[in-house]
Write a protein that binds this ligand. Structure first.
Ligand code: ATP
Length: 308
Protein backbone atom coordinates (compact mmCIF):
# COMPACT_ATOMS: atom_id res chain seq x y z
CA UNK A 1 0.00 0.00 0.00
CA UNK A 2 1.49 3.36 -0.96
CA UNK A 3 1.78 6.27 1.42
CA UNK A 4 -0.43 9.33 0.96
CA UNK A 5 1.58 11.28 3.51
CA UNK A 6 5.25 10.60 4.22
CA UNK A 7 6.82 13.53 6.02
CA UNK A 8 9.70 13.67 8.46
CA UNK A 9 11.35 16.15 10.77
CA UNK A 10 8.99 19.04 9.97
CA UNK A 11 9.90 22.17 11.91
CA UNK A 12 8.09 25.50 11.92
CA UNK A 13 9.23 28.52 13.91
CA UNK A 14 7.53 31.84 14.45
CA UNK A 15 10.19 34.24 15.66
CA UNK A 16 12.03 32.43 18.43
CA UNK A 17 9.13 30.02 19.10
CA UNK A 18 9.24 26.55 17.63
CA UNK A 19 5.57 25.65 17.15
CA UNK A 20 6.16 22.37 15.28
CA UNK A 21 9.25 20.47 16.35
CA UNK A 22 10.45 17.54 14.24
CA UNK A 23 7.03 16.20 13.22
CA UNK A 24 7.00 12.96 11.23
CA UNK A 25 4.02 11.04 9.89
CA UNK A 26 3.51 8.16 7.48
CA UNK A 27 -0.07 7.54 6.46
CA UNK A 28 -1.32 4.96 3.97
CA UNK A 29 -3.86 5.81 1.28
CA UNK A 30 -7.49 5.47 2.28
CA UNK A 31 -6.83 5.75 6.00
CA UNK A 32 -8.51 8.18 8.39
CA UNK A 33 -6.03 9.63 10.86
CA UNK A 34 -7.28 11.70 13.79
CA UNK A 35 -5.02 14.57 14.70
CA UNK A 36 -5.36 15.45 18.36
CA UNK A 37 -3.62 17.74 20.81
CA UNK A 38 -4.18 20.68 23.11
CA UNK A 39 -5.02 24.15 21.80
CA UNK A 40 -2.01 25.79 20.20
CA UNK A 41 -0.04 22.54 19.91
CA UNK A 42 0.67 23.04 16.20
CA UNK A 43 -2.04 20.99 14.45
CA UNK A 44 -3.19 23.72 12.05
CA UNK A 45 0.42 24.69 11.30
CA UNK A 46 1.24 21.05 10.51
CA UNK A 47 -1.83 20.62 8.28
CA UNK A 48 -0.81 23.75 6.37
CA UNK A 49 2.72 22.44 5.84
CA UNK A 50 1.36 19.12 4.60
CA UNK A 51 -0.93 20.71 2.01
CA UNK A 52 1.73 23.08 0.73
CA UNK A 53 0.34 26.34 2.12
CA UNK A 54 3.27 26.83 4.51
CA UNK A 55 6.92 26.03 3.91
CA UNK A 56 8.64 24.13 6.72
CA UNK A 57 11.81 25.69 8.13
CA UNK A 58 13.35 22.25 7.96
CA UNK A 59 12.33 18.69 7.25
CA UNK A 60 10.38 17.51 4.24
CA UNK A 61 8.94 14.48 2.53
CA UNK A 62 6.14 13.73 0.14
CA UNK A 63 2.43 14.19 0.00
CA UNK A 64 0.61 12.03 -2.59
CA UNK A 65 4.02 11.27 -4.07
CA UNK A 66 4.91 14.95 -4.58
CA UNK A 67 7.74 16.72 -2.83
CA UNK A 68 6.44 18.88 0.00
CA UNK A 69 8.67 21.82 -0.78
CA UNK A 70 9.25 21.63 -4.55
CA UNK A 71 5.82 20.41 -5.78
CA UNK A 72 3.49 22.53 -3.70
CA UNK A 73 1.18 23.39 -6.61
CA UNK A 74 0.63 19.72 -7.47
CA UNK A 75 -0.12 18.97 -3.82
CA UNK A 76 -2.61 21.83 -3.59
CA UNK A 77 -4.49 20.52 -6.65
CA UNK A 78 -4.80 17.03 -5.14
CA UNK A 79 -5.75 18.14 -1.65
CA UNK A 80 -8.98 19.37 -0.09
CA UNK A 81 -8.36 21.58 2.92
CA UNK A 82 -11.24 22.53 5.19
CA UNK A 83 -10.14 25.32 7.49
CA UNK A 84 -11.53 25.92 10.96
CA UNK A 85 -13.67 28.74 9.62
CA UNK A 86 -14.64 27.53 6.18
CA UNK A 87 -16.07 30.44 4.25
CA UNK A 88 -19.33 29.43 2.64
CA UNK A 89 -21.28 32.34 1.25
CA UNK A 90 -24.38 32.54 3.39
CA UNK A 91 -26.20 34.75 0.88
CA UNK A 92 -25.64 32.33 -1.99
CA UNK A 93 -27.78 29.23 -2.43
CA UNK A 94 -26.43 25.75 -1.74
CA UNK A 95 -26.00 25.16 -5.48
CA UNK A 96 -24.40 28.57 -6.10
CA UNK A 97 -21.84 27.90 -3.38
CA UNK A 98 -20.77 24.63 -5.02
CA UNK A 99 -20.72 26.24 -8.47
CA UNK A 100 -18.60 29.10 -7.13
CA UNK A 101 -16.01 26.72 -5.67
CA UNK A 102 -16.02 24.74 -8.92
CA UNK A 103 -15.28 27.90 -10.94
CA UNK A 104 -12.41 28.84 -8.62
CA UNK A 105 -10.88 25.44 -9.46
CA UNK A 106 -11.72 25.89 -13.17
CA UNK A 107 -13.54 22.54 -13.22
CA UNK A 108 -14.99 21.07 -16.40
CA UNK A 109 -18.46 19.39 -16.37
CA UNK A 110 -19.35 21.73 -13.52
CA UNK A 111 -23.14 21.24 -13.69
CA UNK A 112 -22.75 17.46 -13.64
CA UNK A 113 -20.28 17.55 -10.73
CA UNK A 114 -22.54 19.84 -8.71
CA UNK A 115 -25.55 17.59 -9.43
CA UNK A 116 -23.60 14.55 -8.22
CA UNK A 117 -22.39 16.38 -5.15
CA UNK A 118 -25.93 17.53 -4.27
CA UNK A 119 -27.25 14.03 -4.74
CA UNK A 120 -24.54 12.52 -2.55
CA UNK A 121 -25.39 15.07 0.14
CA UNK A 122 -29.13 14.49 -0.21
CA UNK A 123 -29.61 18.20 -0.89
CA UNK A 124 -30.91 18.07 -4.47
CA UNK A 125 -34.39 19.23 -3.52
CA UNK A 126 -33.00 22.02 -1.34
CA UNK A 127 -30.35 23.29 -3.76
CA UNK A 128 -32.10 26.67 -4.15
CA UNK A 129 -32.06 27.33 -0.41
CA UNK A 130 -29.67 29.96 0.95
CA UNK A 131 -26.61 28.37 2.60
CA UNK A 132 -27.08 30.76 5.52
CA UNK A 133 -30.40 29.11 6.36
CA UNK A 134 -28.81 25.67 6.90
CA UNK A 135 -28.19 24.28 10.39
CA UNK A 136 -24.59 24.16 11.64
CA UNK A 137 -24.29 20.46 10.82
CA UNK A 138 -25.55 20.87 7.26
CA UNK A 139 -23.27 23.85 6.69
CA UNK A 140 -20.29 21.66 7.60
CA UNK A 141 -21.47 18.87 5.30
CA UNK A 142 -21.86 21.38 2.48
CA UNK A 143 -18.38 22.73 3.24
CA UNK A 144 -17.04 19.17 3.03
CA UNK A 145 -18.80 18.62 -0.30
CA UNK A 146 -17.22 21.85 -1.59
CA UNK A 147 -13.81 20.55 -0.48
CA UNK A 148 -14.12 17.35 -2.50
CA UNK A 149 -15.69 18.85 -5.63
CA UNK A 150 -12.34 19.00 -7.48
CA UNK A 151 -11.66 15.31 -6.78
CA UNK A 152 -8.82 15.49 -4.22
CA UNK A 153 -7.02 12.35 -3.06
CA UNK A 154 -6.30 13.75 0.40
CA UNK A 155 -8.57 15.65 2.76
CA UNK A 156 -7.15 17.80 5.54
CA UNK A 157 -9.97 18.78 7.85
CA UNK A 158 -9.29 21.23 10.67
CA UNK A 159 -11.81 20.73 13.49
CA UNK A 160 -14.66 20.35 11.01
CA UNK A 161 -17.34 19.49 13.56
CA UNK A 162 -16.60 22.00 16.33
CA UNK A 163 -19.90 23.07 17.87
CA UNK A 164 -21.97 20.65 15.77
CA UNK A 165 -24.63 18.50 17.50
CA UNK A 166 -24.03 14.73 17.95
CA UNK A 167 -26.45 13.55 15.24
CA UNK A 168 -24.95 15.91 12.67
CA UNK A 169 -21.41 14.96 13.76
CA UNK A 170 -22.32 11.32 13.21
CA UNK A 171 -23.62 12.10 9.71
CA UNK A 172 -20.44 14.07 8.97
CA UNK A 173 -18.31 11.12 10.08
CA UNK A 174 -20.35 8.68 7.99
CA UNK A 175 -19.44 10.93 5.07
CA UNK A 176 -15.72 10.86 6.00
CA UNK A 177 -15.82 7.05 6.10
CA UNK A 178 -17.55 6.95 2.72
CA UNK A 179 -14.76 9.08 1.20
CA UNK A 180 -12.12 6.85 2.80
CA UNK A 181 -13.87 3.80 1.32
CA UNK A 182 -13.40 5.50 -2.07
CA UNK A 183 -9.63 5.59 -1.39
CA UNK A 184 -9.38 9.18 -0.20
CA UNK A 185 -6.98 9.67 2.70
CA UNK A 186 -8.18 11.86 5.57
CA UNK A 187 -6.22 13.71 8.24
CA UNK A 188 -8.71 15.34 10.58
CA UNK A 189 -8.06 17.41 13.67
CA UNK A 190 -10.54 17.14 16.52
CA UNK A 191 -10.88 17.64 20.24
CA UNK A 192 -13.70 15.07 20.53
CA UNK A 193 -12.78 11.67 21.96
CA UNK A 194 -15.71 9.88 20.27
CA UNK A 195 -14.37 11.17 16.93
CA UNK A 196 -10.85 9.97 17.78
CA UNK A 197 -12.38 6.52 18.24
CA UNK A 198 -13.94 6.68 14.77
CA UNK A 199 -10.50 7.11 13.16
CA UNK A 200 -8.46 4.20 11.80
CA UNK A 201 -5.47 5.68 13.61
CA UNK A 202 -4.50 8.64 15.76
CA UNK A 203 -1.59 11.07 15.97
CA UNK A 204 -1.37 13.05 19.22
CA UNK A 205 0.75 16.19 19.25
CA UNK A 206 1.57 18.42 22.25
CA UNK A 207 3.65 21.58 22.20
CA UNK A 208 4.77 20.88 18.65
CA UNK A 209 5.92 17.31 19.31
CA UNK A 210 4.34 14.02 18.26
CA UNK A 211 3.64 12.18 21.53
CA UNK A 212 1.57 9.15 20.50
CA UNK A 213 0.76 7.38 17.27
CA UNK A 214 -1.22 4.29 16.29
CA UNK A 215 -4.70 2.85 16.53
CA UNK A 216 -6.76 3.69 19.61
CA UNK A 217 -6.05 0.16 20.88
CA UNK A 218 -2.27 0.59 20.31
CA UNK A 219 -2.27 3.89 22.17
CA UNK A 220 -4.22 2.45 25.12
CA UNK A 221 -1.97 -0.63 25.25
CA UNK A 222 1.26 1.36 25.05
CA UNK A 223 0.18 4.06 27.51
CA UNK A 224 1.37 2.19 30.61
CA UNK A 225 -1.42 3.88 32.59
CA UNK A 226 -3.48 2.06 35.22
CA UNK A 227 -7.06 3.04 35.87
CA UNK A 228 -9.67 2.32 38.52
CA UNK A 229 -13.39 2.95 38.61
CA UNK A 230 -15.22 3.42 41.90
CA UNK A 231 -18.97 3.29 42.32
CA UNK A 232 -21.25 3.59 45.32
CA UNK A 233 -22.29 6.31 47.71
CA UNK A 234 -20.00 9.32 47.53
CA UNK A 235 -17.59 7.78 44.99
CA UNK A 236 -17.98 10.68 42.54
CA UNK A 237 -17.12 13.18 45.28
CA UNK A 238 -13.66 11.65 45.68
CA UNK A 239 -12.63 13.24 42.36
CA UNK A 240 -11.81 16.61 43.89
CA UNK A 241 -9.87 14.94 46.74
CA UNK A 242 -7.82 12.68 44.48
CA UNK A 243 -7.15 15.04 41.57
CA UNK A 244 -4.03 16.60 43.10
CA UNK A 245 -2.83 13.53 45.01
CA UNK A 246 0.66 12.24 44.04
CA UNK A 247 0.39 9.25 41.70
CA UNK A 248 -2.88 10.44 40.15
CA UNK A 249 -2.83 11.81 36.60
CA UNK A 250 -6.55 12.40 36.34
CA UNK A 251 -9.57 11.87 38.59
CA UNK A 252 -13.00 12.67 37.24
CA UNK A 253 -16.61 12.01 38.15
CA UNK A 254 -18.78 10.40 35.48
CA UNK A 255 -22.29 10.60 36.86
CA UNK A 256 -22.14 8.82 40.21
CA UNK A 257 -18.92 6.92 39.46
CA UNK A 258 -15.31 7.97 39.82
CA UNK A 259 -12.64 7.33 37.19
CA UNK A 260 -9.04 7.66 38.35
CA UNK A 261 -5.75 6.85 36.64
CA UNK A 262 -2.00 7.14 37.02
CA UNK A 263 1.24 5.88 35.43
CA UNK A 264 2.37 3.80 38.44
CA UNK A 265 0.00 1.15 39.76
CA UNK A 266 1.52 1.09 43.26
CA UNK A 267 1.37 4.88 43.58
CA UNK A 268 -2.24 4.86 42.36
CA UNK A 269 -3.10 2.24 44.99
CA UNK A 270 -1.45 4.37 47.68
CA UNK A 271 -3.49 7.37 46.55
CA UNK A 272 -6.83 5.55 46.81
CA UNK A 273 -5.89 3.49 49.90
CA UNK A 274 -7.80 5.71 52.40
CA UNK A 275 -11.08 4.82 50.63
CA UNK A 276 -10.35 1.22 49.63
CA UNK A 277 -11.86 -0.07 52.89
CA UNK A 278 -15.06 2.00 52.66
CA UNK A 279 -17.88 -0.61 52.44
CA UNK A 280 -20.11 1.84 50.53
CA UNK A 281 -17.65 2.02 47.62
CA UNK A 282 -16.86 -0.73 45.13
CA UNK A 283 -13.59 -0.50 43.19
CA UNK A 284 -12.74 -2.24 39.96
CA UNK A 285 -9.85 -2.21 37.52
CA UNK A 286 -10.56 -0.42 34.25
CA UNK A 287 -8.83 0.37 30.97
CA UNK A 288 -7.50 3.89 30.70
CA UNK A 289 -9.52 5.95 28.23
CA UNK A 290 -8.02 7.95 25.38
CA UNK A 291 -8.91 11.08 27.34
CA UNK A 292 -6.89 9.80 30.35
CA UNK A 293 -3.93 9.15 28.11
CA UNK A 294 -4.07 12.53 26.36
CA UNK A 295 -4.28 14.37 29.69
CA UNK A 296 -1.30 12.36 30.89
CA UNK A 297 0.69 13.10 27.72
CA UNK A 298 -0.16 16.79 27.96
CA UNK A 299 1.27 16.91 31.49
CA UNK A 300 4.41 15.06 30.38
CA UNK A 301 4.94 17.39 27.41
CA UNK A 302 4.54 20.45 29.62
CA UNK A 303 7.11 19.04 32.08
CA UNK A 304 9.54 18.61 29.19
CA UNK A 305 8.87 22.03 27.67
CA UNK A 306 11.80 24.46 27.87
CA UNK A 307 11.50 26.66 30.95
CA UNK A 308 8.81 24.42 32.51
N1 ATP B 1 1.31 33.21 11.74
C1 ATP B 1 1.66 33.00 13.01
N2 ATP B 1 2.52 33.83 13.64
C2 ATP B 1 2.90 33.61 14.92
N3 ATP B 1 2.48 32.57 15.68
C3 ATP B 1 1.61 31.72 15.11
C4 ATP B 1 1.15 31.87 13.76
N4 ATP B 1 0.31 30.86 13.47
C5 ATP B 1 0.23 30.11 14.59
N5 ATP B 1 1.00 30.61 15.57
C6 ATP B 1 1.19 30.05 16.92
O1 ATP B 1 1.66 28.73 16.77
C7 ATP B 1 1.11 27.88 17.77
C8 ATP B 1 0.45 26.69 17.11
O2 ATP B 1 -0.74 27.13 16.49
P1 ATP B 1 -1.71 26.16 15.70
O3 ATP B 1 -2.86 27.00 15.20
O4 ATP B 1 -0.94 25.39 14.69
O5 ATP B 1 -2.22 25.18 16.86
P2 ATP B 1 -3.47 24.17 16.90
O6 ATP B 1 -2.95 22.90 17.49
O7 ATP B 1 -4.10 24.08 15.56
O8 ATP B 1 -4.45 24.89 17.93
P3 ATP B 1 -6.06 24.77 18.10
O9 ATP B 1 -6.38 23.40 18.63
O10 ATP B 1 -6.34 25.82 19.11
O11 ATP B 1 -6.67 25.07 16.78
C9 ATP B 1 0.14 28.73 18.58
O12 ATP B 1 0.78 29.13 19.77
C10 ATP B 1 -0.11 29.93 17.69
O13 ATP B 1 -0.38 31.06 18.45
Amino acid sequence: MSLAIDVHGLVKRYGTRTVVDGFSLALEQGRICGFLGPNGSGKTTTLRMICGLLTPDSGGGTCLGHDLVRDREAIKRLTGYMTQRFGLYEDLTIRENLEFVGRVYGLDRLGERVDQSLERLGLTTRQGQLAGSLSGGWKQRLALAACVLHGPRLLLLDEPTAGVDPKARRAFWDEIHAYAADGITVLVSTHYMDEAERCHEIAYIAYGELMARGTAEDIIRQSGLSALVASGTGADRLASKLRYTPGVTAAAAFGTTLHVCGPDRAALERAVAPWRGDPAIVWRDAEPTLEDIFIHLMGRARDNAPGA
